[in-house]
Structure formats: structure tokens, C-alpha cells
Design a protein around this ligand. Sequence first.
Ligand SMILES: Cc1cc2nc3c(=O)[nH]c(=O)nc-3n(C[C@H](O)[C@H](O)[C@H](O)COP(=O)(O)OP(=O)(O)OC[C@H]3O[C@@H](n4cnc5c(N)ncnc54)[C@H](O)[C@@H]3O)c2cc1C
Length: 438
Amino acid sequence: MNSANCHVAIVGTGPAGFYTAEALADNPAVRIDMIDRLPTPYGLIRGGVAPDHQSIKAVARRYEKTALRKNVRFLGNLTVGCDVGIEELLALYDAVVLATGAPEDRPLGIPGADLPGVVGSAAFVGWYNSHPDFADLDIDLDTASVAVIGNGNVALDVARILAKTPDEMAQSDIAPYAVERIARAPIRDIHIFGRRGPLQAHFTPKELGEMGELERAVPLVDPQQLPDEEEEATLEPARRKIISILRDFSRNRPDDKPLHVHFRFFAQPVEIMGSERVCCMRLEHTRLEGERAVGTGRFFEVPCGLVIPCIGYRTSPIPGVPYDERAGRFVNEEGLIGERLYCVGWARRGPTGTIGTNRPDGAAIAARICEEVTPSGREGGAGLDRLIAARGLEVVRFSDWQRIDAAECAAATPPHPRLKFAHITDMLEAAREKRLAD
Ligand SMILES: Cc1cc2nc3c(=O)[nH]c(=O)nc-3n(C[C@H](O)[C@H](O)[C@H](O)COP(=O)(O)OP(=O)(O)OC[C@H]3O[C@@H](n4cnc5c(N)ncnc54)[C@H](O)[C@@H]3O)c2cc1C
């Protein structure tokens, strides 16, 4: 890269966007605009990570430092592909990085999956996290039994939030309407179904262990579904830990607590039944062929009034950006989509890994940009500002977000850390009101 200013637009301000900005910002010749469709930064840290896992959300403090760097700007409430086109960004900036994540649920693809009462985890998690896309969902929890499909940490998050009491959520920033609905719900059984076995589950020990510490819920496992102790002894330590936790759960008794969380392995959903809404799910027992689950031809049914598939996510397409329908993400080679257009994080590699996985990803894309992009007098942010003004768009700057943040923290009843705004209009109003007051 030569010494002229290099203008980079990063679209999406989740972990991947921030780690990319962090790696680029050390070079003072780089000017970075971070754009988000929401008035709030941090992506899934705010809208996905469980509200009772505040220590994980604290990573936002690191991102804040990057946002406050002299050569970094935040522009929220601006949707790329709608308010501003990708071609327009490419005309203004020397490089554009798509860090838009994977916000859509992967379809379940079985009969009945569209019935009322089937709520994908993106929607369900967004609902309890006050995400403006999902805050107004009318989720009917008036059921004794819930089916959660999937064997990853998102399935554990969903089951745990449904199982916790209001007291257990007191230190969280969960949406108050969600706590209230969950407290009133007559749920007695939460089933967590996995197509494969406990050796293939993607749970992590800490999150799995938390299921054993719930006030009103007891986790239950059929010991027959666990590997024998001889096999357990040969496992690598992390996997052995998972099996040992599940074995502890298998010793629990259902009458220990009123709410039962059933871990049910080797079971694949084949149909969701109901007329007006879900009433039952039909599943097939499976067995493993290598690492693949195959049906055994033996079926069973589980009554349930709510089904929450936690089976993965897809990136939302953006007009003008090549998209791989099968993989559900942008077509890219090691993060390169086309000339000066890159992607990073979940938009690049799909919905896998932890927050930290996005860090090397962001650093690698930043290094590529420094190597491949030659600044050529493009206007960068000044041009975007003009376009925003001409279109009469209300964009949220980082100082506006700080006002929204302060208003949310001030509105919380301790020990809740914050009371989130769930609607964009309220966020914008808080930014405006406070702006006038300052
Ligand atoms: C329910 C859930 C819980 C999780 N819990 C944990 C956990 O406890 N620990 C952990 O390590 N990992 C966790 N993860 C994984 C972690 O959240 C991801 O690895 C990470 O957020 C992916 O980062 P990203 O930047 O690619 O996407 P995201 O975090 O999704 O960020 C994408 C951003 O792009 C913005 N955007 C999208 N489209 C546009 C557009 N067209 N224009 C402008 N902006 C746009 C979005 O508003 C969003 O801010 C969890 C994931 C989920 C789904």
C-alpha cells in the first residue's frame, strides 16, 4: 500500500468487523468506516450471546477502543444493499469488507416446518435479546413441552433461558417481556434432540455443565445412549469431560425438580404435526455409519407446542454480491469476493467457531487489504456523508450509540446491567433526546 490514505468500508460491526478494523487501524494512513444496519454496534455480542452470559458480552469493551480510534468511524442505522448499494461503496472506498454475519435460520426442510409454533433460533434468541427484528414476535409459550433441535451451544442457550427462573435472570439484560412470558409458561419438559450421539455433540463443557446448576430444572440423559466407560477412558480430554457431565446427568432423577430437560440423542425429526399450530413432532431413531446419522426405520412421536430448530444459519444475500445458495454465504476465495471486495467472519466461512475465531480471520483480511489494495484517490467517508445527506438518512454515530448505551444502563433496575431498547425508533429517539440535552 502506498502512503496516500486508503479508505476502507467495513459492513457489519460484529466481532469479525471489529477484529478487521482493529488490525487495520494501526496504520494511520487507513481510514475506516464501520457500517451497521442497526443503530447499535457489536452484532451477535448484543443480539445473540445469551443475556445471562454477561462476562462474554464484556468483549465489547475491546471493540469500543477500536471504535474510538481517530481513523475509525461508526455509521449505524444504514443498511448496505438497501440505503446504499455495494457498487456505490466500491466507487467511494478503496476496499469494502462484508462482515454481515449469518442472521437467517437455516431451513429445517421437513413437512410442517412452517406451522405456527416453529420458531427458528435466530428469531427466538433475537426475541429474548430485544433484537428489533424479533422483539414484536408473538411467541406462544402456553405449552407443557418444547422441542429444541440441535446439539450445539445455541440449543443449550435456548433450553437454559427457557428453564431459568426470573431470579436466575436478575443479573442479565434479557428482555423483560421474555422473562415475564417464560415465568408464566407451563413448561414441564424441554427435549434437546441430536441426530447423532453424545460423542458428536458440539456442546462445550462449561455451557453443558450449567444445565446441571439450574434452580427448577433437572437435566436427564438415558445412560444407554452414552459410550461405555472403557471407551470413555480413551477419549481426548474435552470430549471425556462432555461425556462425564452427561453421565452425571444420567444419574439424576426426574422427581428432583419440576422441569425436565431431556437430552435425546440418535433422533432425527421427520415431520412436525398440527393443524392450527404445532402439537407434536415425529422423529426417527438413527444409528451412526461412520460419523453420519442414518435412519433406522423406527419412529416415535413427542407432543410439543413449540419447536425451536437450532441447526445453523445463513448469510443474507446483498444485491450485486455473488452468493452461494447451497452454503448460505458469499462466494469467496480465502475472503476475496471480487476486485477490492472482501468478506470475513460468518459471512465468509459460515456459522462456526467462537467469537475469538473471528480474530485471526479479521487479521488475515486486513493483511490482504494492505498487500493487495493500492489507494487511488477515492473519496471515502466524505462521499458517503454526502450521499447520506442527499438521501435524508438518519445515521447513528458512535457518540450517539454511547448515548443510547448510557440511557439503557440508566433505565435498568439493578442488578440488571441494562434495559435494552427493543425498537429502532426508541433508540433513535434516545440518541436525539440526549444529543439535545448534552
Ligand atoms: C445464539 C448465539 C449465541 C452465541 N454465543 C456465543 C458465546 O457465548 N461465545 C462465543 O464465543 N460465541 C458465541 N456465538 C458465536 C459468535 O456470536 C459469532 O462467532 C460472531 O458473532 C460472528 O461474528 P460476525 O461479525 O461474523 O457476525 P455478527 O456478530 O452476526 O455481526 C454481523 C453484523 O452485520 C450487520 N449487518 C448485517 N447485514 C447488514 C447489512 N446489509 N448492512 C449493514 N450491516 C449489516 C448486523 O447488524 C451485525 O451487527 C454465538 C452465536 C449465536 C448465534
